[in-house]
Design a protein around this ligand. Structure first.
Ligand code: NAP
Length: 281
């Protein structure tokens, strides 16, 4: 392996430490940053995410307001809870864990969160702010990727960046951030013609597809930085990313592993968004 490993675990710990420092300063002014976490139903993966988020908040000195609702919860009931959290002065950030049960319109719920407390950055108002270059809250995963690029001394301005995936939570905001940082950005998706050729031009590759080892080593331009957002299970049930890590590592300048790459950054940036929101109180 010739690439430098970008250690997301260590960088996330650094971010969480910065948040803890910031929270301590706010406490001197009598402010404790607060995050409300809403979980509807018993999806096992969501339960793990929510538990990890709550634990990280407490460790950084943030207050957590957990709301666990049964899977049978109706849309009106959830909207009423969000409305109460919007009005609660102790709450700086509101996170509604997705996916929501079928009877609830997720988009309607996300749009009911006050844009000033939307620490996930999914509200259309915050999406618009991001694309106009004046972000209020940046979605946590792409925000974390930008920090990884910075910490790995990746030159972004003028670079050719290829983002594979165009979801609202990863691909699109990722492209907006890279564009704001003056990269020349190409967004790829399942209908992209000759994907390997497009990827071969990239100085920065961000893979957010959801298919194990989809990006082959020979698609990686020598010296590129490779960020693997994917979280998949391979045939043996082991957690792995969207990039063929071993082969890509032979050509990349720097690369994130899976696990211990992008994953830990997502929670760290959620804490950072909550802290920033509290600082605006
Ligand atoms: P998603 O909503 O399913 O989007 C996947 C994207 O990949 C789509 O835009 C899709 O294109 C594209 N795609 C699928 N097959 C492709 C192909 N053959 N060639 C090119 N593009 C293709 O997924 P997501 O929510 O963005 O998540 C992507 C991955 O990141 C998943 O593995 C997820 O678990 C992981 N993730 C990790 C974190 C973290 O914290 N580490 C956070 C979020 C997500 P179309 O639009 O044309 O269908």
């Amino acid at each position: 392996m010739s690439a430098t490993l970008i250690d997301g675990q260590a960088i996330a710990a650094k971010v969480r430490g910065e948040v803890a420092e910031g929270a301590k300063k706010l406490l001197e002014r009598g402010i404790t940053p607060g995050l409300a976490v809403v979980l509807v139903g018993e999806d096992p993966a969501s339960q793990v995410y929510v538990r990890n988020k709550s634990k990280a908040c407490v460790e950084a000195g943030l207050a957590v307001f957990d709301h666990k609702l049964p899977a049978t919860t109706g849309e009106a009931e959830l909207l009423a809870l969000v409305s109460a959290l919007n009005a609660d002065p102790r709450v700086d950030g509101i996170l509604v864990q997705l996916p929501l049960p079928k009877q609830i319109n997720s988009q309607k719920v996300l749009e009911s969160i006050s844009p000033d407390k939307d620490v996930d950055g999914f509200h259309p108002s915050n999406v618009g702010q991001l694309w106009t270059g004046q972000p209020r809250f940046v979605p946590c995963t792409p925000f974390g990727v930008m920090r990884l690029l910075k910490e790995s001394d990746t030159q972004i301005a003028g670079a050719d960046a290829v983002v594979i995936g165009r979801s609202n939570i990863v691909g699109k905001p990722m492209a907006a951030l890279l564009l704001s940082a003056n990269a020349t950005v190409t967004i790829c998706h399942s209908k992209t013609r000759d994907l390997p050729e497009v990827v071969r031009r990239a100085d920065i590759i961000v893979a957010a597809i959801g298919k194990a080892a989809f990006v082959r080593g020979d698609w990686v331009k020598p010296g590129a930085t490779v960020i693997d957002v994917g979280m998949n299970r391979n045939a043996e049930g082991k957690l792995c990313g969207d990039v063929d890590f071993a082969a890509a590592s032979e050509r990349a300048r720097a690369i994130t592993p899976v696990p211990r790459g992008v994953g830990p950054m997502t929670i760290a940036m959620l804490l950072e968004n909550t802290l920033r929101s509290a600082e605006r109180r």
